[in-house]
Design a protein around this ligand. Sequence first.
Ligand code: BES
Ligand code: ZN
Ligand code: ZN
Length: 503
Amino acid sequence: MPKKPSLPAEGIVPKLSVSAKLPKKTEAIVIPVFQGEDGPEIAATGVLGSKGEVAVLEALTTLGATGAAQEVTKLAGIAGSEVPVIIAVGLGDSEDFDAETLRRSAGVSARALKGFGKVASTLGIFGLHDAIVGAALGAYTYRGQKTAKLDGAKAPVKEIVFVSDKKDELESAQILVDSVVLARNLVNTASSHLYPEVYADFIASLAEEFGIEAEILDEKALAKGKFGGLLAVGGGSARKPRLLRLSYQSKKSAPSVALVGKGITFDTGGISLKPGAKMDDMISDMGGSAAAIAATIAAARLGLKVNVTATIPMAENMPDGESYRPGDVITHYGGKTSEILNTDAEGRLVLADAIVRASEDKPDFLIEMATLTGAQLVALGGRTSGVMGSDDFRDHVAEVGRTVGEPAWAMPFIEELKEEMTSDVADLRNIGKTRFGGMMQAGYYLSQFVGEDIQWVHMDIAGPAYNTAGAYGYVSKRGTGAPVRTVVAVLESLAEGQFPAQD
Ligand code: BES
Ligand code: ZN
Ligand code: ZN
């Protein structure tokens, strides 16, 4: 038997479970506190008893705790309770409370549990799904291939038992956590260990475990199929490009959705070489592909009533004697041509091929996601995705993103973009004539490859996919897993007929 492909390292995530009663031998318990007008207010969770609640409230007041959102206060256990440590986490003013506040507070409290083994959490009384997702994603810790053992006190919490009687909500929360973790792990894996051939093989074998069909086109099949964008971008690397296709079919009458994700396993810029500083961040240039793959797996595991086909172009953008050059004209899959003016605008070239291929299946919806432009970071900052495409679907996706806590904002296709992207010698230029509105130039370029009658969106996730600052809320450093939760929630909304809105 050939060895099953695997990643060299995975992030550490706590074991998650749900129990109706406070389990024995918990090392700590997480309890919620609201911020009242006259100081902290303990929410009745039933696990401390009324005397216990009074004692905890007194201790919190003495320590000056306020109950502000994401405030964490550690207390020694109280008389009458067997739990040695109490972690009080603020949920803010109860009138402003929402699911995102819960996820964030769950995330920071989970990170404050370093060194603990088994702990209990009562945060689930305000929303079990969000408490689980926030805590698990907040605790996620990636150590890559460090060989030193983690010092006990610094090790992430091992197990969280959520006290709740809604046991049946655990499974879907665990599936969502697993998918975000998969996307983070893929993004966090160094390009030395994740390049097109191994990436495609790993995902194909993983997908098949979940009943998803997988097909890989290698460089020979790509040449035969005339995937000119993918071949041009991948040409400069000794590690040859791949096109991965995944298919999860629920039932014929269900809406069909094409997912497309940029899978540049490393982006040096190619002949239009990037500067050296921070070039290592470009291990994240496959973040869109990771999210598209992870969302497909989540849809299959959740059994969503949608038919999903993911089309994932994978290539490494390197400078070399076989690289494509500025001035080249390339012919994409389907026949459209691009004039190359900068080999660092490579994502759109591989996506063009993939979007044409995905459009051939005539899906109802197409969601494409990519770490596409530095201009996204300039326009919207590091946390907010730019969403472009069909007006109503674009607005829906951006709204869903904000609801699940993956900030997203709709961007327009303004009139001058057509002229910006017009070439004298090909159907399109691969960069604009000016540097203004670069995020929309890229989105407009992609729009030219989308098939007719398909409602589509492009999500530029250059910033949101990779967190180069520190962890915050339930967002870890490095790979964030964005926009997996947005795409899964959009698929759910399509499965349930919530979009387009019925009147
Ligand atoms: N992968 C980059 C975009 C990027 C930048 C992602 C920063 C994450 C963080 C993309 O391939 C790229 O290099 N885009 C160029 C386009 C330009 C040449 C028109 C850019 O944004 O500078
Ligand atoms: Zn680039
Ligand atoms: Zn790139």
